[in-house]
Structures are given as C-alpha cells and as structure tokens.
Design a protein around this ligand. Structure first.
Ligand code: FMN
Length: 207
C-alpha cells in the first residue's frame, strides 16, 4: 500500500478538525459505528503487542449518575486549587458532557498484562499506559472521520471510578470518554475559544 498526497491532506484535515467535544446532540451512535471504533482501537500500536486497553461501555443509568457525582466532586476540588479570578473562570468552563453524551466508554489499562510477555516495559512500566493512550487517539481520529465527537474526561477520582465500575484490581482508569454527534464543529479548541489557553508553538530542538 502506497499513500498519496490526498491521503496526507485527508489526515491533516482530520487532525485539524478533531476536537475535544462537550456539546452533543441526543442522536445515538449506531452499532456499526461502535464496531468501527473497536476496530480502530484494535489496530493501535502497543508495547510488546500487549494491547492493554480494557473498555467498559457504561450504559446503566445508575452507574452514569455515580460518575456524574464523582466528576462534580473532583471538579470542585480542582476549582478550589485556584485563586480568584481564575477560580471563577475555571468554574464557568464546561469540562464534561456526562449528562448528554449518548455513548460513554470507560477506558482502563491492564497494568500487568500477560500478553506481550513483558517485552518493552521492564524499564518503562508506564509504556502500557502510553499504549492505551494511543488506542484512544486512534479511536478519537476514526470517530472524527465518522463525524462523531469525543470528549475526554479526566476530572474524576480514578480509584472511585474503578470501584463504581467494579473492575479487577490490575485495571487502572486511563480515560472516561463521552461520545456522540457534536452540536457544532470547529477547528479551534474550546479552551482557546473561551480564552483559557491558546495553542502555542511546540518545542522542537535539534542537538
Ligand atoms: C489526557 C487528556 C485529558 C483531558 N481531560 C479533559 C477534561 O477532563 N475535561 C475537558 O473538558 N477536556 C479534557 N481534555 C481535552 C483538552 O482540554 C483538549 O484536548 C485541549 O484543550 C485541546 O483541545 P482540542 O482537543 O479540541 O484540540 C483532555 C485531554 C487529554 C489529552
């Protein structure tokens, strides 16, 4: 397989128009699209080919409500770290769409996977988490290509979420993802639009 310029252009457009989405319509995500998202994750690179990501599709209303409660508590703790006027600015941000996202995926990392026989993670155990993050990014881009939006929620207490979802002790929460159809599309991050943080030039040195 040889890729051409149009593939580069399409991929760059996807990267430019991928957003962290916190405003969803109530249109459901189809089973077919969910299957494509699963395939996207399965194609991700992973240390030792260990595929440490573990996914729970959270559909139960009571479980979702517990996640909302946990997010509100973690968000309050986060807000309290700031002094005014930044605390007020922070509190005005919309940092999750847990009440509206039709699809919610809790993504865990199996921190000691048998698969892969430990290759590549003896000196850097964190490589298993990096692998999960790459699978999430694959899902994120493919979701965008399906015109779906993804919102990453990290304002949660991971151990509480692990208890709420009753996962085995070797699974650690890496991300809680809200998915669905975005209410609008944009090529500018929401945090930049609302004046919290703009993108800057990246550090790229040569030695
Ligand atoms: C590891 C990670 C955790 C994040 N957690 C949150 C979060 O809890 N709430 C939120 O609103 N956005 C969260 N984001 C989204 C970032 O705010 C967003 O990626 C950034 O502002 C750039 O915007 P963009 O993704 O639309 O380009 C997270 C992103 C990453 C990569």
């Amino acid at each position: 397989m040889q890729f051409e310029t149009q593939h580069v252009d399409a991929l760059m457009a996807l990267l430019r128009w991928r957003r962290d989405v916190r405003h969803f319509t109530d249109q459901r995500v189809s089973h077919d699209d969910l299957t494509v998202l699963q395939q996207a994750m399965a194609l991700a690179p992973s240390v030792g080919n260990c595929q440490p990501w573990r996914v729970i599709n959270v559909v139960d209303r009571a479980l979702r409500e517990k996640i909302v409660v946990d997010h509100k508590a973690a968000n309050q703790v986060a807000a309290d770290q700031y002094d005014e006027p930044r605390r007020e600015d922070y509190s005005a941000l919309k940092l999750a769409a847990l009440d509206e996202a039709p699809l919610q995926l809790a993504i865990f990392t199996e921190c000691d996977p048998a698969q892969g026989h430990g290759l590549g993670r003896q000196s850097m155990p964190e490589a298993v988490v990096y692998s999960t993050v790459l699978a999430i990014h694959s899902l994120w881009l493919v979701a965008r290509s399906l015109n779906l939006g993804v919102g990453w929620v990290s304002i949660l207490d991971p151990e509480r979420v692990e208890r709420i979802l009753d996962v085995q002790s070797s699974w650690h929460l890496t991300a809680y993802l809200c998915l669905g159809y975005p209410k609008f599309t944009d090529d500018t991050p929401e945090l930049e639009r609302v004046g919290w943080q703009e993108r800057t030039d990246i550090v790229w040195a040569t030695k």
